[in-house]
Design a binder for this molecule. Structure first.
Ligand code: ADP
Ligand code: MG
Length: 250
């Protein structure tokens, strides 16, 4: 099996606070992997370690086959990352933004020109290629940020809450694009608070207070928790924790 992500006992501590606690899982290549959990559960911290931006306190992992502590630079070439607070150059046009990011990844002129056309088409940006990024609405900005993250054709795309605060129609368009990318062979890690999006993932992980509480396909998780939706899996998991911590207090 070709694993896009493999982590074993991955842990991150900030002083005495454990933000990510002995996380272990594997994600096969070519899948859409939903990384879920309430705010503060350690998703972004895990992502930073996977991208090679932050060193784990302990544990190990590989991303696109490269070791996250020994080879972070190789990982950066193989992934596309869209952070929770992505940045675009607002005074550059759509195609200038894409060219700029392509340049950072070392694409040569001819390859860049070809990728530019492909990305404009895939991310549905063609009609606004000459528009300044600064005047685009939220959904368009999101798609442009996605385009910038895939311009170098990364094996793995990591999207941290890409659709937060975007209207439902734009979210649907965005997910149509993600499914298209997965069908082209990209592996996608995506965090979201929207359970309709989580239902569309091939594989889902649910984090709670730094700990991996659930892992499997949406169907497997619903079966395991005996509920009819991922939203109910999520709520049941949080409520179980609340009641456990109430017991401790009593
Ligand atoms: N650089 C940091 N220094 C100290 N604490 C941090 C830092 N980054 C994140 N944390 C803490 O770690 C926990 C997990 O944060 P984060 O990974 O951002 O969660 P999520 O993305 O799931 O909302 C939070 O309690 C957060 O305050
Ligand atoms: Mg986060």
């Amino acid at each position: 099996m070709d694993w896009a992500i493999e982590v074993r006992d991955l842990t991150k501590k900030f002083d005495r606070y454990t933000a990510v606690d002995r996380l272990s899982f594997k994600v096969p290549a070519g899948k859409i992997f939903g990384f879920l959990g309430p705010n503060g559960s350690g998703k972004s911290t895990t992502i930073r370690m996977l991208c090679g931006i932050m060193r784990p306190t302990s544990g190990a992992g590989t991303v696109t086959g490269h070791d996250i502590t020994a080879d972070p630079e190789k990982i950066k070439q193989n992934i596309g990352y869209m952070s929770q607070k992505f940045s675009l150059y607002e005074d550059l046009t759509v195609e200038e933004n894409l060219s700029f990011f392509g340049g950072i990844y070392g694409l040569k002129k001819q390859e860049l020109a070809q990728r530019l056309e492909e990305v404009l088409e895939t991310a549905l940006l063609g009609t606004k290629r000459k528009a300044l990024a600064g005047i685009l609405s939220g959904g368009w900005k999101q798609r442009l940020a996605l385009g910038c993250a895939i311009i170098h054709r990364p094996q793995l795309l990591i999207l941290d809450e890409p659709t937060a605060g975007v209207d439902p129609v734009s979210r649907r368009v965005f997910w149509d694009i993600l499914r298209e990318l997965a069908s082209l062979g990209f592996t996608i890690l995506v965090t979201t608070h929207y359970m309709d999006e989580a239902e569309q993932c091939d594989l889902v992980a649910i984090m709670y207070q730094g700990v991996l509480e659930g892992f499997g396909s949406p169907a497997e998780l619903k079966q395991e928790w005996q509920v009819n939706s991922l939203e109910n899996v999520f709520i049941a998991m949080v409520e179980r924790h609340r009641s456990l911590s109430e017991e401790v207090k009593v």
